[in-house]
Design a protein around this ligand. Structure first.
Ligand code: GUN
Length: 298
């Protein structure tokens, strides 16, 4: 294998240790513990794994979590009431409703109902709007994780061609916004990219991906990116998590692309651990912000 491995697991551990120190200081100063509420509707096994991971990660950095499991046949109104209750609860700083919701539930009004100050996923239209104007309240977790991974590995995006394959609201679109701006969560060298977002209707996809200095795969199709789509010496970031017969695989054909790229993220152990870590960071920021506004209004 030629490519350097970008080890998200090790980096997540390091950032979580930094966060744990900040959480301890916050708790000492305010007597409050940053608290994340997680709402899981139904029993999708993958979602259960993600939620368990989020709860465990909270514990690891000294945060609290409040888990609200709801049956798959919960009504839209009852789910909305749970969110409203969490909005009113001063001991809850961040709210996460795990997606996808089961069939029959409409996610958009639920996500829109989360108070923007508690929207640690950064999905609320107000937070998306602030991000698009370059003045984010919270950075979306997976895109921020990708940028942290590149930045802390010493890989600059400024002036580079970053090609994102996938236009989802959770990854592709917000990551494109963050990379094209003058600043990111990690300064100007981790922003200022020339960005191309490709999707299922893109023509001559391979011609575009071959131009990428940094190629980010966020399609949701196992091993979609093959070696012939990758420029030799480029950096390849795999956001995909696909569950198949061979366990977890990413959106990148790891073995063959590793022979062409200069650096690559593995699946698992690449972007995934950083997504959770950025969620913890947002929850701490939410707690800090809410403590400061409560002090002002006291
Ligand atoms: N499902 C898959 N990724 C995510 C995420 O980042 N946030 C939420 N709430 N649900 C998800």
């Amino acid at each position: 294998m030629a490519a350097t491995l970008l080890d998200g697991k090790a980096l997540a551990k390091k950032i979580q240790a930094e966060l744990a120190e900040q959480v301890a200081v916050f708790t000492e100063q305010t007597q409050k513990v940053p608290t994340l509420a997680t709402v899981l509707v139904g029993e999708d096994p993958a979602s259960q794994v993600y939620i368990r991971n989020k709860i465990r990660s909270c514990e690891r950095v000294g945060m609290e979590s409040r888990h609200i499991p709801l049956p798959a046949d919960v009504s839209q109104e009852a789910l909305m009431e749970e969110v409203q209750q969490l909005n009113r609860d001063d001991t809850v700083h961040g709210i996460l409703v795990q997606l996808p919701l089961p069939d029959g539930l409409d996610a958009q009004p639920i996500l829109d109902a989360i108070l923007p100050a508690k929207d640690v996923d950064a999905f609320h239209p107000e937070n998306v709007g602030l991000l698009s104007q370059g003045r984010p309240r919270y950075l979306p977790c997976t895109p921020h994780g990708v940028i942290q991974l590149l930045h802390r590995a010493g890989i600059e995006t400024a002036g580079k061609h970053c090609v994102i394959v996938g236009r989802s609201d959770i990854v592709g679109k917000p990551l494109g916004l963050m990379l094209v701006q003058r600043q990111s969560g990690c300064g100007p060298t981790a922003a200022n990219a020339t960005v191309t977002i490709c999707h299922s209707r893109t023509q001559n996809l391979r011609d575009i991906t071959k131009q990428a200095d940094v190629l980010i795969a966020a399609i949701g199709q196992a091993e979609f990116i093959t070696a012939d789509m990758v420029k030799p010496g480029s950096v390849v970031v795999d956001v995909g998590i696909n569950r198949g017969e061979n366990g977890l695989v990413g959106d990148v054909a790891f073995e063959e692309v590793s022979e062409v790229a200069a650096a690559i993220t593995p699946v698992p152990g690449g972007v995934g651990p950083l997504t959770v870590t950025m969620l913890l960071e947002n929850t701490l920021r939410a707690a800090q912000h809410q403590a400061a506004t409560q002090t002002e209004s006291a």
